[in-house]
Design a protein around this ligand. Sequence first.
Ligand code: GLU
Length: 356
Amino acid sequence: MKRSYRHWALFLIVVIIVPCQQAVTQGKKPNIVILATGGTIAGAAATGTQSAYTSGAVTIDAMVNAVPGIKDLANIKGEQIANVGSQDMSFDIMLKVAKRINELLPTNDVDGIVITHGTDTMEETAYFLNLVVKSDKPVVLVGSMRPSTAVSADGPLNLYNAVAVAGDPRAKGRGVLVIMNDHIHAAHSLTKTSTTDVQTFLSPLRGLVGVVSYGKSDFYNTPPWKHTTASEFDVAQVTKLPRVDIIFADVDMSPDLIDASAANGAKGIVIAGVGNGNMNKVSVDAAARAVKKGVVVVRSSRVPTGLVGRNVELNDDELGFVASDELNPQKSRILLSLVLLKPRPASEIQQIFTTY
Ligand code: GLU
């Protein structure tokens, strides 16, 4: 009697309970959509050991199929939005990606988004999406430094980690994230620091949001900036962004580029200033002339870390300039392009630069 009871218990566990639990676990797999845009992660070379390669040569389906175990992490759907090296990323493609995310995330069938992207301009797309995505579900950008055909390609594990983070409820509400080389960065803080090193992205001022190793994540930081659901920027009806130019400051710089930018229709100019957002006297005069014509001038810095403060060596109040705070020139340009979608006083723009 006792023996047959044991048999029944075993039967119950093996035939009924275990398969049920597996089904429940499988049912709980998050649904992730990968939006592919190209980059080195989709790049291919003729051999595994050469530096020359073509970005954006491999499709999203081929990339997913090349990552063992990735389908155990999530139910994955891929969509090819573009297939370019990110030097050719454009506001048109960025708007397309943003609009697609804002269509997908409100539905119950999508738990998170991964975007494959070249690393050259990844920080710009990440920051743009951070400002215009209207959901707190995870949105994760991922790339690689080595093409898919390279010896020790870094793309497959980066993609595996990105899918794991996008399906992790703990990634919710932290804004758009970037996963590279086991690190989880916030869109506001990361920047590309090496042309070739796999450890290219750093978040020098704010540190990492967390780490992810073979799909296991640890989160220890939430970015303090306004983003996604708290952001006022909305691109639902936007098809074109206003022109904003970046002008690089250096020794004995000519003011002509600032004048030319204003004369050629720029609505905003970001100065990649020396030091704390500085430029020589003739350029300050040119920038002040641009402000008088209605152009918004933001002082950022060509220095990789540190913030640009208001009224430090220049009187921004008198000159009508905006200080970029922690934003580097390329992210200042993204924010300013969105800010200029509607007219605003300089004081409001300054406030936006310190809160986003
Ligand atoms: N120029 C390429 C791109 O941005 C290479 C950089 C990369 O993806 O790592 O797509």
